[in-house]
Design a protein around this ligand. Structure first.
Ligand code: 26Q
Length: 824
């Protein structure tokens, strides 16, 4: 039905070609005679962009005119990946573009792969934000994303001698998707001091003055929805020196160097994405980034609200702001500052507005990963905000004291200010106190949010403030784009692509689970996707793998809690068992390829040693003549969104094996199953809900449960534990130098043997290895395996980010879709 929205479409391939050529010749000033793939990409992107802009403008005008309640999604990360493929799909031009490019002498896939990823994120949290934008537009919600325009995205990972090397990712050379708005700027203040005085009416007024000013410039990117004309906006702020008086003074008086230095210092704020997906404690520049972005975004939101000339009490009826983790928590004291100091509202009214405006999404319950900023740093950088935070805290603690007079020990526990040396601001507590809803990202995680880190707050506010919205993924990118053949197969059986807008329709696929023809095609598609990954592996990593092997994949950021070490120790164990066998025994074994991929934070030593161990094991195993195809180990370097689109459809098994209770949700688990792969996983995060949906027979669960973790750690602490004997043998092998110098690996081994095995690798080792054996057995029955995968795919409808966004809209934001007007 969406085909009829012709405004975004080219009528014919000739018209499309014409536009591509016109852009290459004029916009790019290039001759068609030396038109390479890069030029073809640029021309295609520009031609398509013209179509997007029409609907983008239309949508924004419609939103301005109708002035509905809008959603603002504040996220320091949007891991968008490539835009062209998605844009082609969403304007409904796949066939036209393919044919047109072919006539010009190009394969569409090659042209699409010319684009650099927009890699403005670390991992799950950033990719979730990108999926949410796709769903918000697809469902016609009036919504904006706000982030920073980093000049450098997440670093590129190279592997040199088996070690990770970080290379800067300068991605802006040619970015046709962004539109600088040099007329949309905000001046943001830092440092300075607060002056208080009484105004004529005797009211106390605070003025924040004498600070340094940095200017934020808006860069906008269109976010087209699928099967709709709605095209939303992602606004990225770039920092530059303000054109205030004193930089000019310097320049005029001949201090060119000092003037340029000031300029560079200002530009540094939005220069680089922090590549740490847990914490960079105490970095002043990170706090500056957070405030710069919050202040610019809030100014923009308030400016838009004020245009409507509504009373301030209407603000929460016009504006919903979602905080993606605590990174944007400064938006809270910033809104309070605007309302109190600039708009002259009374505290209670300002507080009411603030609480009803914000929602906060938590993504971790690991205490060491919760953001805390030192009070002296906040005092120095944001003196007025610190006062407001103290005032919020005072009001809150008085409320607690009044309502829980017998629980005075609770006060220091729930205080926003941690009484450490130095004192620190607990950002998560501030976010909880100032939001009307707090949500976790999977059921288990939301339970843990309520019973562990925010337990006291559940008591204070009641349970209704805390809720769950299980994460989801967009089926447009993670099914249709990544796996076009599977998407078309499903479309052919379901009579169209409607399932891409309503993923629950997938349940109809289950009717074909015994259909011979369907099964054959489904199997062929999986095989073709494995061949594609094998080809990529050969070309890029130089390793030959047999696509008939069982493909076992673990791709995600490298973290101790995600336990890639458990996986690689399991691989070593498998290698040792294979070595023990006679050639006859080996012949009965299931060939397997273990793929790994993921970046380590640059300062995270343990994670880097895990990468090194994987590469060293690969070197030995892949060249062992006894082993041959029975086991290969591949580290896929520089894992990112566009590589995930190749990797995800190629798994037979993917690994989601975090220590129970540590992975808030996980989202790649959903992607793999949706693409016809099964999971080996712990009872953690969304694995639990995936199990409920697909059925226990269609997933391989292992390991200790979340409720047992505390006890097990206790046993370790009192030295009351036995290292798993198979794991001990793995460690002995590592120590003997089988995988090269054992020195670098001592930390990995010692953390388990001597330092309490915090992530319970030893406790789960046997269960893990046994489950991998079960998988080998199950895989031998290819028919039964196929049935499992088809069944699982058909039951994945729940995990669409569309479902997720509808839940946020109803439970947290209270916003309605604004459908585009019908075209005549
Ligand atoms: C914080 C302060 C300073 C520097 C960096 C950071 C920082 C940056 C990124 C902290 C955390 C992150 C990213 C966290 C993240 O990706 N969490 C994941 O979120 C997913 C979406 O909800 C979940 O599926 C994953 O379980 C969760 O780990």
């Amino acid at each position: 039905a969406w085909k009829k929205f012709s405004a975004k479409e080219f009528k014919t391939k000739d018209q499309f070609e014409e536009e591509v050529v016109r852009h290459i010749e004029t916009t790019l000033a290039r001759s068609l005679f030396n038109c390479d793939e890069a030029a073809a990409y640029a021309g295609t992107a520009l031609a398509l962009r013209d179509r997007l802009i029409i609907e983008w403008n239309r949508t924004q005008q419609q939103q301005t005119f109708a002035d509905p309640k809008r959603v603002y999604y504040l996220s320091l990360e949007f891991l968008m990946g490539r835009a062209l493929d998605n844009a082609i799909l969403n304007v409904g031009m796949k066939d036209v573009a393919r044919q047109g490019l072919e006539e010009l002498g190009f394969r569409m896939e090659d042209v699409i792969s010319q684009e650099r990823d927009a890699a403005l994120g670390n991992g799950g949290l950033g990719r979730l934000a990108a999926c949410f934008l796709d769903s918000l537009a697809t469902l016609n919600y009036p919504a904006w994303g706000y982030a920073l325009r980093y000049r450098y995205g997440i670093f590129r990972q190279e592997i040199v001698d088996g070690y990770q090397v970080e290379v800067p990712d300068y991605w802006l050379d040619f970015n046709p998707w962004e539109f600088p708005r040099h007329d949309v700027t905000v001046d943001v203040q830092f440092y300075g001091g607060v002056r208080k005085y009484m105004d004529d009416s005797g009211k106390q007024v605070s003025v924040w003055e004498d600070g340094e000013i940095v200017t934020a410039v808006a860069y906008d990117a269109p976010i087209p929805g699928y099967g709709t004309r709605t095209t939303n906006n992602l606004r990225l702020w770039s920092s530059k020196a303000s054109h205030g008086e004193f930089d000019f003074t310097k320049f005029n008086s001949g201090e060119y160097e000092a003037s340029v230095a000031d300029q560079q210092r200002a530009e540094t704020i939005s220069a680089v994405l922090y590549p740490n997906d847990s914490l960079d404690r105490g970095k002043e520049l990170r706090l500056k980034q957070q405030y710069f972005w919050c202040a610019a975004s809030l100014f923009d939101i308030v400016r838009r609200f004020k245009k409507s000339k509504k009373a301030w009490k209407e603000f929460p009826n016009q504006v919903a702001i979602q905080l993606n983790d605590t990174h944007p928590t400064l938006a809270i004291p910033e809104l309070m500052r605007i309302l109190l100091d600039q708009e002259g509202l009374e505290w209670d009214e300002a507080w009411n507005i603030t609480q009803n405006t914000f929602g906060y999404t938590n993504h971790t319950v690991m205490p060491e990963a919760l953001e805390k900023w030192s009070v002296p740093l906040v005092q120095h950088l944001l003196p007025r905000h610190l006062q407001i935070i103290y005032d919020i805290n005072l009001q809150f603690l008085q409320y607690v004291e009044r309502n829980f007079p017998k629980e005075r020990e609770m006060l220091s526990r729930v205080s926003i200010i941690e009484e450490s040396e130095p004192k620190r601001v607990r950002m998560a507590y501030l976010a909880v106190i100032a939001s009307h809803k707090v949500n976790g990202v999977a059921e288990l995680h939301s339970d843990l949010v309520r019973t562990t880190i925010f337990k006291d707050f559940v008591k204070i506010y009641g349970p209704d403030k805390f809720t769950n919205v299980t994460n989801g993924i967009t089926p447009r990118r993670w099914l249709h784009q990544a796996n076009p053949r599977l998407s078309e197969l499903i479309a052919s059986k379901l009579g169209g692509h409607e399932f891409l807008r309503d993923l629950n329709l997938l349940h109809k696929v289950e009717a074909f689970v015994d259909d011979k023809e369907f099964r054959k095609e489904f199997r062929e598609i999986k095989y073709a996707n494995k061949v594609r990954l094998a080809k990529y592996t050969k070309e890029v990593e130089g390793i030959t793998v047999n696509p008939s092997s069982l493909f076992d994949i673990q791709v995600k950021r490298i973290h101790e809690y995600k336990r890639q070490q458990l996986n690689i120790f399991g691989v070593i164990h498998r290698y040792l068992e294979l070595k023990d066998m006679s050639p006859e025994e080996r012949k009965k074994m299931q060939p397997r390829v273990s793929f790994f991929g993921g970046k380590a934070a640059p300062g995270y030593w343990m994670a880097k040693m895990v990468i090194h161990l994987i590469n060293q094991v690969g070197k030995v195993v892949n060249n062992d003549k006894d082993i041959g195809d029975l086991l290969k180990v591949v580290f896929l370097s520089d894992y990112n969104v566009s590589k995930a689109e190749i990797i995800t459809p190629a798994s037979d098994i993917s690994e989601h094996i975090s220590t129970a209770g540590t992975e808030a949700s996980g989202t790649s688990n959903m992607k793999f199953v949706l693409n016809g792969g099964l999971i080996i996983g712990t009872c953690d995060g969304a694995n639990i809900e995936i199990t409920r949906e697909v059925g226990e027979d269609n997933i391989f669960l292992f390991g200790n449960l979340s409720e047992d973790v505390e006890d097990l750690r206790h046993h370790h602490f009192y030295g009351d534990f036995q290292l798993d004997p198979s794991l001990k043998r793995v460690f002995d092998t590592i120590r003997s130098g089988t995988f090269g110098d054992a020195g670098p690996f001592s930390g990995l081994v010692d953390s388990i043997v001597d330092h309490g095995d915090y992530y319970l690798v030893s406790d789960d080792f046997k269960s893990y290895v046994d489950t991998q054996k079960l998988i080998d057995e199950a895989y031998k029955d290819q028919e039964a395996w196929l049935t499992k995968t088809i069944t699982a795919v058909s039951r994945m409808g729940f995990f669409s980010s569309d479902r997720c966004i509808d839940e946020y809209a109803e439970m947290i934001w209270n916003v309605e879709p604004l459908p585009p007007p019908k075209q005549n």
